[in-house]
Design a protein around this ligand. Sequence first.
Ligand code: GUN
Ligand code: ZN
Length: 474
Amino acid sequence: NNETLATVYHGIIIHSLDIGNLEFIRNGLLAVHPDGHIAFLERDVGQLVKEHLFIIFSYSQVVTLSKHQFLIPGFIDTHAHAPQYVYAGTGLDLPLLNWLSTYTFPRESAFSSPTYALDVYKRVISRFLRNGTTTCAWFATIHLEATKLLVDVIRANGQRAFVGKVNMDTCGPDYYVEKIDDSVKSTRDFIQYVLDSEPDTSKSSNSSNTAKPTRLVTPIITPRFAVSCTAPLLDSLSTLASEHDLPIQSHLSENPSECELVQSLFPHCRDYTSVYDHYKLLTPRTIMAHGIHLSSEEIAILRDRGTGISHCPNSNFALQSGVCDVRRLLNAGVKVGLGTDVAGGYAPSILDAVRQAMTASKACKIQYLARAEERVERDPDYNVLTIPEVFYLATMGGAKLLNLEDVVGNFVPGKEFDALLVDVGVADGPIDVFDHDTTESLFEKFLYLGDERSLRAVWVKGRRVAGSSNSDEF
Ligand code: GUN
Ligand code: ZN
């Protein structure tokens, strides 16, 4: 019975041990326990062991990868809007505030219909899984019923996720704004729904010392941004987060006009970051999207609070928001992960975020070289991000930002098996392999040229959830 057997993958395994420390295991053995945990990871197994695999692991299924295949950890999208997927790739002609009122609010208001929401949510979750996003921090809409349906769809499809019912009680159009009491009450109901329908067994005391499964879906407190929340709502939401010990997500310092608007709405706060800090929304479990136009003082607040930034370069370019200097955040000790920000960002793929993060980093360097005085002020030897660094942001960096670093992000034994089986040699795929190619060059080609077709299998907690191979033969 396959259900009771461990699975051992034999071949090339690539993961991040730390930022910039990418490990290539050329002849590895990775065993996945039937409960979804990584049982062991052996490096550079010798020929003798290779020949006796079936004897040694007679209690296991052995999957031998081909030379153009490798295992990597699943991608972590630290910021995306599930309802906005319907217009991804359109409406990118306006800056943030006009984009919100022209395209976003009308489209999100349609999620008052549960049947519409169910259809869209099935499609977006399936699309993200096919692109290798095994964990995602989702914004839904203000609607309680539709947001519950998003949770149901995510569970049915097996993605690991944070899901937030969006809160906004001011500065929205009449057709898409909440009364503060309704906003708080439906957030409470939503938290209850998510927690009650999937009890967290990882914290229960149990004499067995085997690792217990973590929850698949976690509710996350989601004030849309300071502009759309009154002070009493921000207060209530930080209380809810601490009462239930929940993560928080929002937007910070994305666009200059937005920053000015926040300053005018909260004149008693020194800057945008201080608004969230004043209402106790900056915690070690807070994810702030963008963080482009931050002063050094604001960056220091984020670092001191343990709050991290979701870097969403596609959106930052597409909405003309600005170029986020990730090197500056990393040098200051701020946690960073990658986000697609669908649909301010048009691509439902962390591979795209990897590419645009490289481009954004190069744009920073180009700016600094052109403006010598800024370059001196910040970092005289500005180094663009490297492939190992950006791959880290896409996997372990995201895991740390979501406080899931003990659960996912790389293949350390004891963690859960959230993984991608990459095949750069897939027939009719996006990548051509040449004789001079090495494991390193094929990995880099995958990051720059790969797409859904390159992912033969996608697993979350050891469960196969997507992949271009339609059987267990890879
Ligand atoms: N700020 C407030 N709401 C949004 C949103 O939906 N997308 C982006 N990119 N920024 C926001
Ligand atoms: Zn966003």
